[in-house]
Design a protein around this ligand. Structure first.
Ligand SMILES: [Mn+2]
Length: 329
């Protein structure tokens, strides 16, 4: 640490941002999960953690909010790669089967197999997170597809209640998708089943199924600030800071931050699994994260998921990840 100069070139020392901290000293633990078995469209996010680590070496660390580089951060080896290898090709074949008009029941055993692997992944993530939580470490999950943070959310909810602030183009409220119980499209459904998850606030949604809209309307603890709502506020020339204030004012004092990069304008995440036109601009998300930093909201953990495995997508996510360090410090 004594030799670390944040103004120097980023050294590829294996850690995120080239930071000089080891596992024991680290307060914030970044846990990459190399899993994308249920990805229904584009693939690559299972491996993007390494692209994000590479991109993180390019960052300059000045931030007007604080010297986040002083926070000890450590990136772990990725979890879930073996499970993903067992599941990915089989799952792709099953999605193909459904897309060609096949039924889940035709190949039920294979679907059961993928669902068992998903459960094993969740248990693995929960076990690792549980140990870190006992040591009072803060955790950021680096996806992988958006099914991967469930183990962390469940581990955190064991002895505290909190709300979820969820940035996404999708509601992820399906009770299961394409025959997969723990699909990337179902993470908020599963999180909502946890007694200690008191609310979900989703921002940026713009690709929602009629079934999900029904769920949202019937659940007073799910709040949605859709992309259309945000866009209409802009078109009516309401200050964006007022929109952010409105959203933050309705959040519980303790939140878990779940960030699917497809909430952003696709120019910022062109290689994400399911890009959708529209979305938050770079400056809007920065303003959001700044406001969150300056608020009195306590952030218990976070995930950053669905980053495409491409240097540009990784650049964007590395910068968001650096902001998360500030939020969890
Ligand atoms: Mn998502």
């Amino acid at each position: 640490m004594s030799t670390f100069n944040p103004s120097d070139i980023g050294v590829n020392n294996g850690n995120i941002f080239g930071f000089p901290y080891n596992k024991d000293a680290a307060q914030i633990h970044i846990l990459p999960i190399a899993w994308e078995a249920t990805a229904s469209f584009g693939r690559g996010c299972a491996q993007s953690y390494e692209a994000i680590r590479q991109a993180s070496l390019q960052l300059d660390f000045y931030d007007d909010k604080g010297a986040f580089w002083k926070t000890p951060v450590y990136i772990h080896e990725a979890l879930g790669e073996m499970l993903n290898n067992q599941a990915a090709q089989k799952a792709a074949n099953l999605i193909n089967h459904l897309e060609n008009g096949g039924q889940i029941l035709d190949r039920k055993e294979e679907f059961d197999e993928i669902n068992a692997l998903s459960k094993a992944l969740n248990a693995l993530v929960e076990e690792h997170c549980g140990k870190l939580i006992k040591q009072e470490k803060k955790i950021i999950i680096l996806g992988g597809d958006h099914s991967v943070p469930f183990g962390l959310i469940r581990a955190l909810s064991k002895d505290q209640s909190f709300g979820i602030l969820h940035f996404d183009a999708h509601a992820d409220l399906r009770p299961g998708y394409e025959g997969f119980t723990y699909s990337h499209a179902s993470i908020m459904h599963h999180a909502r089943q946890l007694t200690n998850v008191e609310s979900i606030t989703s921002v940026g949604l713009r690709d929602i199924s009629p079934g999900e809209v029904k769920i949202i309307r019937n659940d007073t603890h799910i709040n949605v600030y859709s992309d259309k709502y945000l866009a209409n506020q802009r078109l009516d020339l309401r200050p964006f800071s007022a929109v952010i204030e409105e959203i933050l004012a309705n959040l519980p004092k303790k939140i878990y931050l779940s960030f699917d990069v497809d909430c952003l304008d696709p120019s910022l995440c062109p290689n994400t699994g399911t890009p959708v036109p529209g979305g938050l601009s770079w400056h809007e998300i920065q303003a959001f994260l700044d406001a969150l930093y300056h608020s009195d909201i306590d952030i218990v953990g976070a995930d950053l998921c669905e980053t495409g495995n491409h240097p540009w997508d990784a650049q964007v996510s590395a910068r968001i990840l650096y902001q998360f360090i500030g939020l969890l410090s």
